[in-house]
Structure formats: structure tokens, C-alpha cells
Ligand binder design. Sequence first.
Ligand SMILES: Nc1ncnc2c1ncn2[C@@H]1O[C@H](COP(=O)(O)OP(=O)(O)OP(=O)(O)O)[C@@H](O)[C@H]1O
Ligand code: NI
Length: 352
Amino acid sequence: MTSTSASAPAREEVIRADDIRVWYATDRGPVRAVDGVSFSVRQGEILGLVGESGCGKSTLGRGLLGLLPDGAAMDGGLTFGGEDLLAIDPKQLYKRRGQELGMIFQEPLTRLNPLMRVSEHFLETLRTHEPDLRKEDMEKRSLDVLRRMGIPPTRWRSYPHEFSGGMRQRLMIALALVLRPRFVVADEPTTALDVLVEAQIIRILHDLRREFDTSLLLITHNLGIIAEACDRVAVMYAGRIVEIGDAREVFAHPQHPYTQELLRSTISLSTTGLHYIPGAPPDLVTPPQGCHFHPRCPQALQQCLEDPPVETLDSGTRVECWVAARDAGLATIPAGRDEPLEQKELSVADEA
Ligand SMILES: Nc1ncnc2c1ncn2[C@@H]1O[C@H](COP(=O)(O)OP(=O)(O)OP(=O)(O)O)[C@@H](O)[C@H]1O
Ligand code: NI
């Protein structure tokens, strides 16, 4: 099913993020939604991005494409197809590279114009980004992508409201893919869809990779989708990527306590529904010092009040955690700092 990136030959990096930060200006001060994130995505690779609500996943995805809303600011290094994009105003990025960058949004209805037919959506998109294409070629290419998404040519002149929710989502995906982007961010493409559509979308994502070598950042709450669709997975917590590695490896041997808790909560929700991660992600105006997860971490030590080291293990997994680094023999914790941390937040949440 899923091809493992481990056995595939090393491939060209399509996008590389270096210490990316994104913050929103608010009355209370800056919300540090993405707080120093580094990773790359190779050609044809599907990287999953998971984490609880409010951890900064959508902000990161939008930042990579230059699609941040007003009031957001970003810095750090960003390379796309070898070109250094640091110098480019993030807001210009989408205009310049829009054809090579695609975004599949969470809520298809708000992105489709109810007054425009399917045909007009496609032709307008192609005219904007590939004005030299002949109209008949635009039509041919659009119909081909629609067919792949399971939308028959007879719907070419339909309006968005004539489609079911699942079909509209596929319409959105087709619209993003008609430009044959090299890198696509899909933000919760399967939320609110039934299992059948979900399976279909996963298949389409695989087709896409096979045919066009598209690279994908797939944002989802659904760890099942990550397991089925992704080569690698990045786990985000409070603006940081706390763990990133081969998807199978991370699922089999999660290193960060947050990843472990996330996996436990998913497994038990689908069986007994008993386990959840106590507490909630922090306010990103004033995140906790040291490891941002320490107030909720069942394994937290005194040392976790200091910024955790970023270590790459033999398995290739990169993890940001004192306990994981110590257990791998990559960090020593000073005597006296290895006592468990008193967990006020956990006991409060457990009583609730
Ligand atoms: N326009 C905005 N202005 C101010 N703060 C914002 C804005 N958009 C998002 N945030 C804040 O930034 C943080 C990260 O939000 P983001 O939507 O990126 O998280 P997420 O991981 O995608 O969450 P979800 O899983 O719910 O989609 C949150 O604390 C959120 O409240
Ligand atoms: Ni989001």
C-alpha cells in the first residue's frame, strides 16, 4: 500500500523550511502560532502533520504557501525548488509560485463561488496561472482531472450547490490539481466526510503522487489517515514540531511523550473511549517555559523547564524532548534535575 520512503532512493527536496516563525498581532500581544519549525519535503513525498486543535498546523501550512491572513508575520528560511524565498514578501509568494503551489482547504463551500459554474472556476484558474494555454486544452485538462476525482463531464456546467458535500470537496481538490502543482498543502481534506469519501481521497492522493510526483503536506487530526496515506509524519505541539520521522517508525516507536499520548488517545477513543490527554494546549501568547508540553506531560522532569535538545535518533526520527534524548544516550540531565515535575495541571484536569 504505502510505499516506504526508507527503501526509495533519496529524492530531491521540493520545499525546505528553516526555523520558520509565524505570529499574529493581537491586543494581548503576539500569538506565536509557529515558533521555530524546520523540516523538508522531498519530491513525491506525503508528509502528515498532526497535533491537537490550535497547535499551529494550518498557520504553518498557509505560511509555506504565502497565504497568511492580514495581521500575520513570518520569518525564517524557506526554499522552494532550490530557490531561496527568504527575500520574497510572503504575500507575493502565492502570486509568483501559485501554479506550482496548491492548497486544498478545509471548507470547500467558502472557496467556491456559488454564482460560477464548474467550468468557469476551472477556466478562470487556468487563465490566471497559465494564460498561454488554448481554451480547448484548458477544457481537456480540467475534464481529465474531474474524471479522476469521479466527477463526470456532464457536470461541467453545474453550479457548486448542485453537488453533495463530498463531491464539492473533490471539486476543490480537482481545482487545486488542474495546475499540476509540485507542492500541495491539504488542510483537513477529509473533515466532515464519510469513510467512503475518505478512502477515495486517500487513493487520489496516491494516484497524484504516482502520476505527477506531487509532494504533499497533509494536515489532519485523523491518525488513521496518516498511517494509511503518509510516508513521514510530523507531530506539532504549541507551535513546535516535537517529533518527525518515518510514519511507520513513529507509530511503532513514538519517542515524544506527546506523540505517545496522542496515539493512546486515538486508540482508546476508537475502542473504550477512556483515555484523553488531560489539560489543553497552552495559550500561545505566553507558552510554558522550556518544553511547551511539560505542564501536561506524565514523564516531565525538573529539567523540562529548560528548552529541550533537538536530537536525531538512529531510526531517523528527530525528537525534541529531554527524556527521549536521555533515554537514547544523547543528553545527560544534571543531578537533582531528574526529579519528576509536580503536575498541577494534570491533577486539576483529572478531577474534571
Ligand atoms: N487570524 C488569527 N489571529 C490571531 N490568532 C490566530 C489567527 N489564526 C489562528 N490564530 C491562533 O493561532 C494558533 C494556531 O492556530 P491554527 O489554526 O494554525 O491551529 P491548528 O493546529 O490548525 O488548529 P485546528 O486543528 O483547530 O485547525 C491558535 O492559538 C489560534 O487561536
Ligand atoms: Ni487548522
